[in-house]
Write a protein that binds this ligand. Structure first.
Ligand SMILES: Nc1ncnc2c1ncn2[C@@H]1O[C@H](COP(=O)(O)OP(=O)(O)O)[C@@H](O)[C@H]1O
Ligand SMILES: [Mg+2]
Length: 405
């Protein structure tokens, strides 16, 4: 069919034509804002899920909702950073939020106070105050300059929350890829938010990340469990998968046969990103207006080739020979979480030998630990990809490690 009208959106974070299966999370977010606006407290959430299930898209919806409530949205895509860089990035985003809450010319004492606290927050890392330039206020001594990330961040969020409340507005921090926070950074955020909640200020934090995040909270774990729900999102069921494929097609005057929808569900396992890729590839081969099971089948090679060369490939490209062998050995055992000892056995090694490799893969975001002693792929269908792309199990000499890429 006409490539010009292809309605599917196979790109990270791309808002799909039909967002299906996320009503619960959208309703929770609505409730969260509505309650905070009334000075009530409500558990916030950290959405967890594998890659490609629609976490970023969901955060995008939250952003929309928040803006329609006149809230200020602070969006951060987290990456691994030293604390100083983390401070710098937070400060620059929060500075923008302050300006959004109220134009400079109309700043009250509370806003000038918040700006001063923000200035203190970055003073230790950049005495010249590059980030806070333009704030044109004096840093406030004794605020956000304790050299302790938790305490400092608490001062900042409280000051901004008070400014927001004065405007009758709120601030929502949307953090994507939260698994890249260091334990200390996440703890600091959780503790700051805890204080904000105690004061019933209109500031909240919603995160999204890979499933191991619930563990990462570390010492702040008991706070984290009170402050957040950790809803897991995953593949769509057969009915939602059908809607995700058929609704966009119908909007363009085409539709799927029942058999075609069944086939598509089998191929994609209901994973949103795979649905978009398969929908896209099928549109290209089908003549329409009815899209038949044969069209879906005919699209599978292009669909797999596309996934192999992009979504899967970018993850493997960064892996060393030994890391690749480890992933391949896991794939040999199947898609489910695997015990370290079992993977080691497939490789003819001990799990102690391979401990560092496993840790590296977790650190890179390729594996996560659903429970102690187990590891699983963060990308759905990664086992199938590994079997396709590395047909034979080859285990490099461990000694070659140092020389490996
Ligand atoms: N609820 C949904 N229904 C249909 N497609 C979706 C849905 N959520 C996301 N998608 C599609 O799935 C893909 C992955 O979404 P994304 O938010 O980037 O996933 P994640 O952040 O979890 O890796 C995108 O192509 C997007 O258009
Ligand atoms: Mg994402």
């Amino acid at each position: 069919m006409d490539p010009l009208t292809n309605p599917y959106t196979p790109n990270a974070g791309a808002e799909p034509e039909a967002i299906v299966g996320r009503d619960d999370q959208l309703a929770s977010f609505d409730l969260l804002l509505a309650r905070l606006e009334r000075g009530r407290t409500e558990q916030s959430m950290i959405i967890t899920g594998l890659r490609g299930v629609g976490k970023t898209v969901l955060l995008g919806q939250f952003r929309r909702t928040a803006l329609s409530h006149q809230w200020v949205v602070v969006e951060v895509e987290v990456s691994k950073h030293e604390d100083s860089e983390f401070r710098r990035r937070m400060a620059s985003k929060l500075r923008a939020a302050l300006f959004e809450l109220s134009p400079r010319a109309r700043w009250t004492e509370r806003f000038r106070h918040a700006a001063g606290v923000l200035k203190s927050f970055t003073l230790t890392i950049e005495p010249a105050g590059a980030v806070t330039a333009g704030l044109d206020v004096e840093a406030i001594e004794g605020m956000a300059d304790h050299q302790d990330l938790s305490m400092d961040l608490t001062d900042v969020l409280v000051a901004i929350g008070e400014a927001a409340r004065e405007q009758g507005r709120g601030v929502v921090l949307l953090f994507d890829e939260v698994q890249f926070f260091s334990k200390g950074q996440l703890e600091a955020l959780i503790q700051a938010l805890h204080r904000v909640v105690q004061l019933a200020l209109p500031v909240t934090l919603v995160g999204a990340g890979l499933p191991q995040i619930a563990e990462l909270a570390g010492d702040a774990k008991s706070y984290a469990e009170r402050l957040f729900k950790f809803p897991a999102i995953g593949g769509l069921d057969a009915v939602d998968t059908s809607a995700a494929l058929d609704q966009p097609a119908r909007a363009e005057g085409a539709h799927y046969s029942d058999k075609a929808l069944e086939t598509a569900f089998d191929v994609t396992g209901g994973y949103p990103y795979f649905i978009q890729e398969l929908g896209y590839a099928t549109w290209t081969v089908a003549n329409g207006p009815e899209i038949a099971a044969d069209d879906v089948v005919a699209a599978v090679p292009a669909y797999e080739a596309k996934l192999d060369s992009s979504f899967f490939r970018v993850r493997l490209d960064r892996a060393t020979e030994l890391q690749t062998a480890y992933l391949r050995a896991m794939a040999e055992l199947g898609p489910q979480p695997q015990k370290a000892a079992d993977v080691a056995q497939v490789m003819g090694r001990t799990s102690t030998n391979l401990g560092p490799t496993r840790a590296e893969l977790i650190n890179m975001g390729l594996l996560y630990t659903p429970e102690h002693g187990y590891a699983a792929f963060t990308v759905p269908h990664f086992d199938r990809f590994m079997l396709r792309t590395v047909p034979n199990l080859v285990v490099p000499e461990l000694r070659a490690r140092r020389g490996a890429r």
